[in-house]
Design a binder for this molecule. Structure first.
Ligand SMILES: Nc1ncnc2c1ncn2[C@@H]1O[C@H](COP(=O)(O)OP(=O)(O)O)[C@@H](O)[C@H]1O
Ligand SMILES: [Mg+2]
Length: 379
């Protein structure tokens, strides 16, 4: 296929985080060109220019372009829609909102972050648990899905135990309040006893993951974090179909082997149209009580990888016995961490830059309110 056509098609999967619909379908994408040197130029018109979500759309477009062979560089030209075009976009957004039968109780505007890695044991679950806590401590409700059927761990890490109950036909996540916020957790481990889970095969697992999203009551969450087993592209693809807004955060360690695996994981994600939105380097260095710093697995890997993949390095988390002790005790490390601590900084980057909450961004909030009123009036 012609590369510019291919890119336009791929841009159809980029979602305006506020309006919850494809930027192509909303009529926001103008000219899309790819020249013979592999340079792509994409024109986009937004409802308004000055807002944090602009950066997100910009990144998503670049990420889309990276998934296409032969595109070497990307230029995104942002403009603002003319009033008449804005009115047309509103009409379109309204139509889409009315037509789209939601696949889940999770609105397209709710950011969904999948924590992934090619390798096991790099700290995906630890990052998921502590990030969830740090986000919840800002007064938000954070949904957490433990999609690691073979090695589920978040019930223990988050200290949330109990049986899943159903209301109507929906599973109700278990909850833990944290200050003015809370975590709502569902784990595949709640469904299958550990010894049986080992017998589950690929397709069954994919169906089960889908059920945990679709047949569960996730209403009221501000973010959804999904912890995954290592290197399972199938689960990622299943989730991406149901949750088109999902982005992936890759966790890696500074070890060269882990870095190479992370490159393959990023490559696979992009080929499957899943956005890679950031990198977390875990176990990067160790401070001993003697005051010395040791780089146990090498140094500089995270930033080199961030450059190679062209995704931001969101955090570098040191190796710290308190992190694993907190996990074992069901008292996540981030609970007692100062606000300047590494997990709270990670949460802050996500809240302000990587996936800002749509409601609070105030970008085209008025537009959105008008849209919701129109949909309500129509129903
Ligand atoms: N930064 C860290 N410092 C100390 N221990 C850690 C750190 N990150 C993870 N661990 C420990 O390493 C092990 C593997 O971490 P885990 O989060 O389960 O990895 P994964 O989910 O990728 O398999 C666990 O015992 C965990 O407590
Ligand atoms: Mg894990």
């Amino acid at each position: 296929m012609d590369r510019s056509l291919h890119l336009r098609e791929r841009l159809g999967l980029v979602i305006d985080p506020e309006l919850g619909a494809s930027i192509v379908e909303l009529g926001m994408v103008g000219e899309v060109e790819v020249d013979e040197t592999g340079h792509a130029r994409v024109q986009v018109s937004l409802t308004t220019l000055g807002c944090p979500l602009r950066a997100q759309i910009d990144r998503d477009i670049r990420e889309a372009a990276k998934s296409i062979d032969g595109i070497e560089s990307v230029e995104v030209v942002m403009g603002v829609l003319e009033p008449t075009a804005k009115a047309a976009l509103m009409k379109k957004a309204r139509e889409i909102a009315q037509r789209a039968a939601p696949l889940t109780t999770i609105p397209l505007r709710t950011p969904v972050l999948m924590i992934a890695s090619g390798k096991g044991g790099v700290g995906k679950s630890s990052v998921t648990a502590n990030l969830a806590v740090a986000l919840a401590m800002t007064g938000r409700t954070i949904g957490v899905l433990d999609a690691d059927i073979w090695g589920f761990s978040l019930t223990r890490l988050l200290g949330i135990h109990g049986d899943v109950e159903a209301r109507g036909a929906k599973m109700i996540p278990l909850e833990r309040n944290l200050g003015s916020g809370r975590i709502r957790l569902l784990s595949m481990g709640m469904l299958a006893p550990e010894d049986q889970a080992l017998l589950w095969r690929g397709l069954v697992v994919q169906k089960a993951v889908a059920q945990f999203i679709q047949d569960a009551d996730w209403s009221g969450i501000d973010y959804l974090l999904i912890d995954t087993p290592p290197g399972t592209g199938d689960i990622a693809m299943t989730l991406a179909r149901i949750l088109p807004q999902m982005g992936q955060i890759l966790v890696t360690t500074p070890a060269i082997a882990a870095q190479r695996v992370a490159v393959r994981a990023a490559d696979f994600a992009r080929k499957s149209n899943i956005r890679v939105i950031g990198l977390v380097e875990n176990m990067s260095g160790f401070e001993c009580s003697c005051g010395l710093h040791h780089d146990l697995f090498g140094v500089g890997g995270g930033s080199a990888l961030s450059g190679e993949l062209d995704v931001p390095l969101l955090a570098q988390i040191p190796l710290d016995a308190a992190i694993s002790e907190g996990s074992d005790a069901g008292v996540p490390f981030a609970l007692g961490e100062p606000v300047s601590g590494v997990f709270h900084r990670l949460a802050e980057v996500i809240l302000t830059d990587i996936a800002p909450p749509v409601g609070a961004s105030g970008c085209s909030a008025r537009l959105l309110d008008a849209l919701e009123r129109a949909v309500e009036a129509a129903n």
